[in-house]
Design a binder for this molecule. Structure first.
Ligand code: NAI
Length: 255
């Protein structure tokens, strides 16, 4: 399938994990992809992987901290100058941490809200304008990567689960605002997937066993399995879907 031929896509947090796999998938299906993140070496490695597997290079990188409004404005300028338009935006960058509420420093609460929720607002605002401006009726979609934790508060991640609940609700508000412009907006909520974000936790075998036991499919997910669903939601196959959340959790919620 080449569902993204002729499309331009931006993926934030594309240097690793789910973002990297999503960028690979979109490029394999014909998109020109801009990989956004803070660490140039990680982005270069991911872009090189994409470009070396295709007959012509389609991936390029842009260094930006998605919590910084000036970086996001520069990204918007870069997209306008170099591509003129934007079809697909994947707001994937995110961070986590563990603490009880009573022990949580306000600064850490702020860091997680900024990285997971404020960034989605800033990037959607800046790049959403480009998606609207040059709308010629093609498929256009924004996918925000939320989390199972945005639906169900987990122990020790109050800041993370609150930020992801914000992403799920913001997605619906943005979907209403963008619908008249032909841009669909949905969120994808992964359950537990094997990425750098979860690497430390998964080193603890008792923790991993607890995750597996609580997952109906009895295993942890792979980042490609989340990327597949993100790609579907971003494609024209999902043309009548907006303002919803797709839970990709191996059946965690039903156990
Ligand atoms: P990851 O750590 O590999 O990916 C997150 C990426 O975001 C990293 O490359 C990181 O450098 C980047 N990033 C963080 N802050 C940034 C900033 N201020 N500016 C630009 N880039 C920044 O982990 P993973 O798992 O691939 O995470 C991707 C998304 O999936 C996140 O939003 C995460 O919350 C979400 N998620 C992951 C789950 C999992 O089990 N792996 C479960 C539920 C949600």
């Amino acid at each position: 399938m080449r569902r993204f031929s002729g499309s331009t896509a931006v993926v934030t947090g594309a240097g690793s994990g789910i973002g990297e796999q999503t960028a690979i998938r979109l490029a394999a299906e014909g998109a020109r992809v801009v990989l956004v993140g803070r660490t140039v070496s990680k982005l270069e490695k991911a872009a090189e992987q994409i470009n070396s597997s295709l007959s012509e290079p389609v991936a390029e990188i842009f260094r930006a901290d998605v919590t910084a409004e000036e970086d996001v404005e520069e990204l918007a300028h870069f997209i306008t100058q170099n591509y003129g338009t934007l079809h697909v935006l994947i707001n994937n960058a995110g961070a986590s941490g563990t603490s009880t509420i009573l022990d949580l420093p306000a600064s850490e609460w702020g860091r997680i809200q900024d990285t997971n929720a404020k960034s989605v607002f800033l990037v959607s605002k800046a790049l959403g304008k480009i998606m609207i401006d040059n709308n010629s009726g093609e498929n256009r979609a924004i996918i925000n990567v939320a989390s199972l934790s945005g639906h169900k508060a987990g122990a020790m991640i109050p800041h993370y689960s609150s930020s992801k609940a914000a992403v799920i609700n913001f997605t619906k508000a943005l979907a209403v605002e963008m619908a008249p412009h032909g841009v669909r907006v949905n969120s994808v909520s992964p359950g537990f997937a094997e990425t750098p974000l979860t690497e430390e936790g998964l080193k603890n075998k008792r923790f991993e066993q607890a995750i597996v036991k609580n997952t109906a499919l009895r295993r942890v997910g792979k980042p490609e399995e989340i990327a597949n669903v993100i790609s579907f939601a971003a494609s024209k196959e999902a043309s009548y879907m907006t303002g919803t959340d797709l839970l990709v959790d191996g059946g965690w919620m039903i156990t």
